[in-house]
Design a protein around this ligand. Structure first.
Ligand code: GAR
Length: 214
């Protein structure tokens, strides 16, 4: 580690349970080498903003609806990330796909949590409850969550951590979503954030490898 605490900027759009998992993990001292320095929301009134405020984390709202297209929106996000001196950007239930102006400026510095085992049930159109609807429709017996780096293609960047969750016969999209959040997302997202801040993620040939604790 270079000794400097990394600035973690978290991007949200909704309820923010993954943000809460990060906040709780931070208050237990489990995020080593970094701290959540700002939360940016794409929606006014998102409950995630209240969670941040309760934890005394500064918030910024950049409403997606105020921008004509993804490029204009992404430029506004990029300017804010630069202003915040972000070392790591975490997409935690952020429901807008960012244009390459952001991914190119922050290569291997943006991570996303996706509620399925990539490469299943991912890519454009697979977000939130829809992911679980599709998994149940297909009839898979195992789903889970993935934390990965964000690149120019939706859900296609290097995988950092994955965690499986069993599907039950009587699952609804809502019950499956909840079990995947509790048993997978809320654990592997804070873990991956800490690994990044501890400089324990290595990139080789476009793939991410977690190094053992030194
Ligand atoms: C989470 O399940 C997250 O994995 C998913 O949306 C939910 C947000 O919940 N993200 C995506 O589908 C992104 N493709 P939260 O706001 O309570 O963290």
């Amino acid at each position: 580690m270079d000794g400097k605490m990394k600035n973690i900027v978290v991007l949200v759009s909704g309820g923010g349970t993954n943000l809460q998992a990060l906040i709780d993990s931070q208050s237990r001292g489990e995020i080593k080498g970094g701290r959540i320095s700002c939360v940016i929301s794409s929606k006014e009134g998102a409950y995630a903003l209240e969670r941040a405020a309760k934890a005394d984390i500064p918030t910024v709202v950049i409403p997606r609806k105020d921008y004509a297209n993804s490029k204009a929106y992404s430029e506004a996000i990029l300017a804010e990330l630069d202003r915040q001196k972000a070392d790591l950007v975490v997409l935690a239930g952020f429901m807008t796909i960012l244009d390459e102006c952001v991914t190119k400026a922050y290569p291997y510095r943006i991570i996303n949590v996706h509620p399925a085992l990539i490469p299943s049930f991912c890519g454009e159109g697979f977000y939130g409850l829809k992911v679980h609807e599709k998994a149940l429709e297909y009839g898979v017996k195992v789903s889970g969550a993935t934390v990965h780096f964000v690149n120019e293609q939706a859900d296609a960047g290097a995988i950092i951590l994955q965690s499986p969750v069993a599907v039950k016969n009587d699952d609804t999209p809502e019950t499956l979503q909840r079990r995947i959040m509790e048993n997978a997302e809320w654990k592997i997202l804070p873990k991956a954030v800490s690994l990044f801040c501890e400089d324990r993620i290595e990139i080789k040939d476009g793939k991410a490898y977690v190094s053992e604790e030194g």
